[in-house]
Write a protein that binds this ligand. Sequence first.
Ligand code: SR1
Ligand code: MG
Length: 395
Amino acid sequence: MTQNHSNFKRLTNETAITLAKKLGLVNADASLKCNEIGDGNLNYVFHITDTVTNKGLIIKQAVPYAKVLGESWPLTLKRAAIEANALIHFRSYCPEFVPQVYYSDEQLAITVMEDLSHLKIVRTGLIDGDSYPLLSQHIGEYVAKTAFYTSDYHLEPSSKKEVARHFTNPELCKITEVFIFTDPFFEELPGDFEVELKDAAQKIWNDQEVILEVAKLKQSFETEQEALLHGDLHTGSIFASKTETKVIDPEFAFYGPVGFDLGQYTANLLFQAVTRNGAGKEEIFTLLHEFWNVFEETYTKLWEVQNKSPFRHVKGYLPYLLTKFKKDAFGFAGCELIRRTIGLSHVADLNVIGDKETRIAAKTATLEIGTFLIKKREELDVPAVIEALKQRTLP
Ligand code: SR1
Ligand code: MG
């Protein structure tokens, strides 16, 4: 469906300030400065600060194409409204982990929201060696609550379907279907990797067992509607400090398999585990354990207290579901590890490694672990994943 963009206008630093004043979100006579700080792939982000009080706000604007891919990849502006609505939804379940939306405009594709500049993007923080003692507890709770409260176990099934209708997000899902689940697994499709990784990539393309399992995972992503997902829950979508955590950027939100959010976060911790040795690696293992423990504990508590299904007490039902989430998550994590290594959208965790031999070793390990997770997901648990990581140390 084509979208009418006649009311759309790209913001500049100046018009962003004018808009903030017009909305009454800052004083009309305040002395303000504005910087475009967007470093993501799809949008522009304006940070407005009052130079006297230092208080700020964020105006995020989507453009009618993927910023990183250029105008050759047109993209709906509706994603801004999906993002604003998803933030509002998720915040209603987890106010402490989601920024506040002050205003949104579907025509201009903007979302005005809480300034989080006192926090740091977690991917950057982890690369810098910062530690986040509460991060995984917060994200475990966030995923459990959003997964449970938006599911058929909490919402009346017809209300759930109505919510799902509002979060139909075919264009952003297509990015995931192509970038995560398709291109990286076929030699003839677009990819991006150093020549030294060709043999490792070839091994994946030739492995029919991997390709079959990826086909199953892609089908699950495309067809299952378990809960409202964030849809892009990597460490670049999380702002945090030692004590505070906020999940941002849910423009990929849609109804999908719970394991997808779980798997994205898991995979993005694994990038760090691969790049580290010794105590640094152990720190990531702790984050992994805490994430899965808190997710399962919180989900279990919600199930016991708030589940309305007549089946809730059926012996084995909850364990069946938790096991399904985990198997799916490991498979999705494997796809994420592989696509960020030989696909079109890389991660800084691996690319910042300056020494070529070490970088190639890290990327090769990432591809091997990705393959292992996809193939063995049915029989794995967190300790087994950690054991596999322990066996790979960098030169
Ligand atoms: C064209 S967008 C590439 C990637 O960036 C986003 O954050 C998603 O992860 C997407 O796959
Ligand atoms: Mg994003």
